[in-house]
Design a protein around this ligand. Structure first.
Ligand code: TYM
Length: 325
């Protein structure tokens, strides 16, 4: 069986971008592939953090994976820091990583600019090497992620090729090594829709956990009235009908795509259904579709939280409570 790995950082709450760009697409893959889904807690400490909050968010993220439909009897679900080999391999890989490759990473540039020099730890720079380690450690074939991780995936592929060349390829063979590839070179799986869910308050920025305003994102566990309010107040435009793919209308394209994904309709059907609507009639449709889609996830996660609360499960026990590698 081909192998798939992916993960989400336990920082802040999981939002619609994480769900539509990544988690939702993992569900179908569990039946066909060998899947490993981890909660990447070590990635969440690259910026200042609170230990208690991190531990809670780690547990909550695991609950959300399960509530979204990750089946722990099919997939391996685990906390990254519990498997020490991720960090061990990272050290070995970092010795083969040119520092220039890391300096070029867009996320590093953006995050370090925002955080300011005093708050930029070395880990923010070396973070993509840990991500490469998460992937290469398992000789993964595919990595389902949103578009913002594409550059990190490219680095992972280049790093795998570099290590194969330096230590596994012909050069190594000449020196007496056994030759052959050390790492499989993984492929990203980026969905055709939902790979870049945009902010509700600005159609040109992606929906993100770190944006200061909570109005800019729908969190998976937002109550109904909060979802309704966020959609009511979200940014729109003054064009008359609704349409996909008009570069002058990023908000319109984003909201129609979200509607398409949560309603389960095709893009063509949504385009037809919405071409005669205005914002006033579309927003209630979108709100209802979102609430209906998220309801079972919220119900399930409540059940999981209550069971864990009753049985006293905390983050450190996840390793033994879930099916693990
Ligand atoms: P993270 O935690 O930032 O995001 C988790 C997943 O959600 C996707 N995503 C989005 N997709 C669509 N629209 C958005 N607005 C949006 N925002 C986030 C991300 O692309 C990602 O798939 N470095 C990774 C986590 C990681 C990882 C790995 C992933 C660590 N090791 C190994 C795959 C394999 C990250 O910070 O994702």
């Amino acid at each position: 069986k081909k192998r798939i790995v992916s993960g989400v950082q336990p920082t802040g709450s999981i939002h619609l971008g994480n769900y539509l760009g990544a988690i939702k697409n993992w569900i179908a893959l569990q039946n066909t592939y060998e899947t490993l889904f981890f909660i990447v807690d070590l990635h969440a400490i690259t910026l200042p953090y609170d230990t208690k909050e991190l531990s809670k968010a780690t547990r909550d993220t695991a609950a959300i994976y399960l509530a979204c439909g990750i089946d722990a009897s099919k997939a391996s679900v685990f906390v990254q820091s519990h498997v020490h080999a991720h960090v061990e391999l990272m050290w070995l890989l970092s010795s083969a990583t040119p520092i220039g490759w890391l300096n070029r990473m867009i996320q590093f540039k953006e995050k370090s600019r925002k955080a300011g020099d005093e708050n930029v730890g070395v880990a923010l720079l070396t973070y993509p090497v840990l991500m490469a380690s998460d992937i290469l450690l398992y000789q993964s074939d595919f990595v389902p992620v949103g578009e913002d991780q594409k550059q990190h995936l490219e680095l992972t592929r280049e790093l795998a090729e570099r290590v194969n060349y330096l230590y596994g390829g012909r050069k190594w063979k000449k020196l007496g090594g056994r030759g052959g590839a050390i790492f499989k070179v993984p492929e990203p799986l980026i969905p055709p829709a939902g790979a870049r869910v945009m902010s509700l308050t600005d159609g040109l920025s992606k929906m993100s956990k770190s944006a200061p305003s909570d109005q800019s994102r729908i969190n998976l566990l937002d109550p109904k009235d909060v979802i309704a309010n966020k959609i009511k107040r979200c940014k729109t435009d003054s064009f008359s009908a609704l349409e996909f793919d008009n570069p002058e209308r990023p908000e319109c394209n984003n909201l129609l795509s979200v509607y398409q994904l949560v309603s389960g309709k095709t893009k063509e059907d949504v385009a037809k259904e919405c071409q005669g609507l205005n914002w006033g009639s579309f927003k209630p449709l979108l709100t209802d579709a979102l609430i209906e889609h998220l309801h079972p996830i919220q119900f399930q996660s409540n059940m999981i939280f209550s069971t864990w609360l009753l049985t006293g499960v905390h983050e450190n026990q996840l390793l033994s409570d879930l099916q693990l590698v």
